[in-house]
Design a protein around this ligand. Structure first.
Ligand SMILES: [Zn+2]
Length: 430
């Protein structure tokens, strides 16, 4: 059987999840291999083989990850846990996120995504929102010494000071709004912090960059009203998944900065509209927004993208073996031995460098898309325990601790603060 999302992928000739959230049990051996490599790499210090410089670097990375807030603006753990229940308060066998690995990676705030599939109707979408909010309530209630909700930058800082992992919630896909602006107030009141305007299909707010149908040539008239109401309420506008025209229009109509919570740079993947072109990166920065880099290997490298496209489209179609089915995964693992499917932290750093060179240090952050990029995580950044590999790479490239602090959280927190400040001003004028 072909799932709805699989059909979307076929229709739009795009590579798999992001798009395709699926069971990753069969990836476990690969992950173990990768993790073992990382462990060997780091434990060589204990063996006395690491020279002094490398030891000092490891200590610096460890200290920077420990002393500063690390905020990841897009983690799809609720969807994964819904599909394959596991308790994230301990170490889980599957997926990219749990409390133990978050601790290992220095993660302090995991933006928890309420992901609404494009085919869901309004009621079903609202059900996803409520169940996601309930999951956060459940974990924060049952493990008050580990997790805490967060609906403002102040909450993130307070939770960090109290050694708690923040779980702010974002809505990926504005479709549950339906045609009811009032629902935005419900979202705000219940702690939603951002809304991704659309997912992989056009909805009644905006066009989507994975959908050939360009119904609105950007935002719909209702989408413009939604933007204005989000400004008023202090909800961040997320333009990941939007078409270029939609992004330009969101920038024009929003009086607050906008964010791309999980998008990378199109210059490295020409033709892939899901990543942002230089002009839009500059435009988002000019409006004081932020681009949060996605870790999916097909977002990072054209070669990975080509190989994933082959697996998902040509190979799957020619064999009749459904993409992400067990047989397909077996072949994918074999194919991956001779073809590049997984990128690395250095390539993530290349995207960060590119944004910094284009726009400056104040407009970039981390939006891994963990638990939404199955099988395509960077080899040395396989899950939330891996952020130190990226911090290490950036340190090597000469980023200062101040720079790293901005990338790790402060840029996103600044935008969030600005969005709340704009909301406050608009409310005062009413
Ligand atoms: Zn997404």
């Amino acid at each position: 059987m072909i799932t709805r999302e699989r059909r979307e992928e076929q229709a739009f000739n795009t590579p798999g999840r992001e798009l395709h959230k699926t069971n990753r049990n069969s990836l476990v051996p690969v992950l173990i291999l990768v993790l073992s490599t990382v462990v060997v790499l780091f434990s060589s210090c204990a063996n006395g083989k690491m020279d002094k410089k490398n030891k000092a670097q490891l200590e610096a990375v460890d200290r920077i990850c420990h002393d500063n807030i690390l905020f990841d603006s897009h983690i799809d753990w609720p969807y994964r846990v819904t599909q394959h229940p596991e308790d994230i308060s301990g170490r889980t066998l599957n997926g990219d996120f749990d409390f133990v690995r978050a601790q290992e990676g220095g993660l302090n705030a995991a933006l928890t995504v309420a992901y609404v599939q494009s085919g869901f109707d309004v009621d079903k979408g609202r059900g996803v929102v409520d169940s996601t909010l309930n999951m956060v309530k459940y974990y924060a209630g049952k493990y008050p010494d580990r997790f805490a909700p967060a609906s403002s930058p102040g909450d993130i800082r307070e939770n960090f000071d109290n050694n708690l992992l923040s779980l702010p919630v974002g809505l990926e896909n504005g479709s549950p709004i339906g045609d009811d602006l009032g629902y935005l107030e419900y979202l705000k009141d219940n702690g939603i912090v951002y809304i991704t305007l659309c997912h992989n299909r056009v909805n009644n707010l905006s066009d989507s960059n994975f959908d050939e149908e360009r119904r609105w040539n950007g935002l719909s008239p209702f989408g413009i009203e939604v933007i204005r109401e989000m400004n008023r309420l202090g909800l961040m506008i997320d333009i990941s998944h939007s078409t270029d025209s939609t992004v330009y229009q969101a920038l024009r109509y929003s009086v607050a900065p906008v964010v791309a919570t999980h998008s990378s740079c199109r210059v490295f993947t020409p033709g892939m509209e899901r990543n942002l072109p230089d002009t839009l990166i500059k435009a988002i920065a000019a409006k004081k927004g932020v681009v949060m880099v996605n870790f999916g290997s097909y977002f990072l490298e054209q070669e990975c993208m080509g190989n994933w496209l082959y697996l998902i489209n040509q190979w799957s179609d020619s064999t009749g073996i459904e993409a992400f089915s067990p047989g397909w995964i077996d072949f994918m693992i074999e194919y991956g031995k001779t073809h590049r499917l997984r990128s690395n932290a250095a390539k993530v750093a290349d995207h960060i460098d590119h944004i910094v060179n284009l726009a400056g240090i104040d407009f970039v952050g981390i939006g891994s898309d963990f638990d939404g990029i199955d099988h395509a995580q960077p080899v040395d950044l396989p899950d939330v325990s891996g952020y130190p590999a990226l911090v290490s790479e950036l340190l090597k490239r000469g980023y200062s601790e101040d720079d790293l602090r901005k990338i790790m959280s402060e840029n996103f927190l600044r935008v969030w603060t600005d969005v709340l400040s704009v909301s406050h001003d608009l409310m005062q004028k009413q």
